[in-house]
Design a protein around this ligand. Structure first.
Ligand code: ZN
Length: 123
């Protein structure tokens, strides 16, 4: 399963990059070339969606899961932060060494460098 985890981590980084770029493009929508960039970002999102659907299809086929199980798990994870908004927002957690807050996706403390297992894979 480490291959699937690696794929998910890479996918998560791609999603994060696309979100950041889309926000930047949206903030400068009047600038030259932003329409082309937005089209490129939408193309990347389409590609990532295809990758997610392909992974889920493989998981269903390999492990005999059904769509209802995925939907139930999505709903459960959505509600972890107390807000049912269709997003995964894990709260920050303290570094076990220095106590400063770390994003759930961080695997290492930004302040002291201590390795901390992420509590969330995708952003
Ligand atoms: Zn720390």
């Amino acid at each position: 399963m480490s291959t699937l985890r690696d794929l998910l981590e890479r996918l998560g980084q791609d999603v994060s990059d696309v979100r950041l770029e889309r926000a930047m493009v949206a903030s400068q929508h009047a600038s030259e070339g932003s329409g082309q960039r937005l089209a490129e970002l939408n193309e990347r999102l389409d590609h990532m969606t295809l990758a997610i659907v392909a992974m889920w299809d493989l998981v269903k086929e390999t492990h005999g899961l059904v769509d209802r199980q995925l939907l139930d798990r999505m709903a459960k994870l959505d509600e972890l932060d107390g807000t049912k908004d269709g997003r995964l927002r894990m709260p920050p957690r303290p570094c076990r060494q220095c106590g400063r807050n770390l994003k759930a996706t961080r695997s290492r403390c930004l302040y002291c460098g201590t390795a901390c297992a992420p509590t969330q894979i995708l952003p």
